[in-house]
Design a protein around this ligand. Sequence first.
Ligand SMILES: C[S@@+](CC[C@H](N)C(=O)[O-])C[C@H]1O[C@@H](n2cnc3c(N)ncnc32)[C@H](O)[C@@H]1O
Length: 284
Amino acid sequence: MAKQLKLNDYKQQIADVYNRRSHNYDESQWHLKIAHRLVEYAQISPGYDVLDIATGTGHVAIEVAQRVGSSGKIVGVDISTQMLTLARRKVEALSLSNVELQLADAEALNFPANSFERILCANAFPLMTDMEATLRQWMQFLKPNGLVGFHALADAALVGVVIWQKIFEKYGVLQEFSQPTATTADTAEKCHNLLERSGFEAIDIKTEQYGNYISLEEAKQRWTINSYPAPKFSNTLFQLPSEQLQEIKAEFDAQLEALVTEQGIWNDGTSFFAFGRKGKNSEQ
Ligand SMILES: C[S@@+](CC[C@H](N)C(=O)[O-])C[C@H]1O[C@@H](n2cnc3c(N)ncnc32)[C@H](O)[C@@H]1O
């Protein structure tokens, strides 16, 4: 791909993580399921123009392409060249002619105003650095009455991340983790408020309960998790002096051990599918 993106350190790390992870990304049934649910909720009709933010290997883009048909169009953007390469291969294998894939940062896009009926973002929205500004920007690209929809995980989701958060709080380690869902229990409300502050109307948050049991061993491996939403976590964590890091690692393991039940450790996946509508008469 000829185009090169100028990314800051944080985004370059994300792109690197997904470039490395791309070869087996499609083995994850979780991401496919979440993408599918988001598309189902998005009320897509034939002929729609849709923007798939952080398209990855194209889960949303491909399903939407099939739904909008030849009179519609889907544009997928991502910062990871390798994820896009896989998406492109799948699009070609399926002979889909209504999909356009672009290397682009979702927080610095450049589309004409009023371009899309739907803007969707599956499994990636919490990676955005300024979510409110980003949503405002995306709103400009929506046609009046168009819908934005994103997926976010609940506070209690992903056991490794939950324990990390507790430990970070305990040790007072600076945490720049910018999820709309962070810190309070009422996370659907946080998504709602974020969409409201960004100027969206008719906000609708669908909650779905997911989760599975994992072994203590698997949970402990999440210490070195190298993807969602790791770059910010690991950046902060691994800069600590090694003695403190060892202490924190011991605490991480101990907190996981305390969660073990007969079935294993519950790894929550409670998910929010958050939708907001651009006003019919919106000037944005
Ligand atoms: C977990 S994958 C999700 C991919 C796809 N949406 C799905 O549901 O399978 C996260 C994707 O977000 C992309 N991403 C993260 N930050 C981004 C940004 N600022 N702009 C564009 N893509 C981004 C990553 O490169 C990666 O492909």
